[in-house]
Design a protein around this ligand. Structure first.
Ligand SMILES: [Cu+2]
Length: 142
């Protein structure tokens, strides 16, 4: 009986291992429920690191009851990449000023999309929760 339990556990484990492996490349966040790529929980981007290919569009969704932003760090995206931020701001300064007026905030259920045209690594932050470490990274490959 003990051995059967062990074998059952083993096969469930390898299935989970396989899906974990497939999931490591651009897998959507659990909180998305199939409706987004990156969920925004109370204090985190889910997943925190997300990998896509050039030309892919990433959809963030606020899956929590808190207000969040998606705001690129201007000096932590590829040099020739377009700046991006929820609210449509064209610079980090403008996004930070806007946030003071409550602009660019995604409330519960809101989505934001950005299409990544330049390969490289993009770091971004949620301005209301910057001090709580609500940051994320998009890795765009050729
Ligand atoms: Cu936030």
């Amino acid at each position: 009986m003990k051995r059967r339990t062990y074998l059952a556990g083993l096969s469930a484990g390898s299935a989970a291992g396989l899906s974990g492996c497939l999931a490591s490349l651009g897998s959507a966040g659990d909180s998305c429920d199939g409706n987004c790529d990156i969920g925004m929980t109370a204090v985190d981007f889910d997943p925190q690191e997300y990998e896509v290919s050039v030309g892919d569009t990433v959809t963030w969704k606020n899956t929590s009851s808190k207000g969040h932003t998606v705001t690129a760090y201007a000096d932590q995206i590829p040099d020739d990449a377009d700046y991006f931020a929820s609210g449509g701001f064209d610079s980090e300064d403008a996004a930070r000023d806007g946030w003071q007026q409550n602009e660019g905030v995604l409330t519960s259920g809101d989505t934001y999309e950005h299409t990544f045209e330049v390969a490289g690594e993009y770091d971004y932050v949620c301005l209301p929760h910057e001090n709580s470490g609500m940051v994320g990274t998009i890795i765009v490959t050729e």
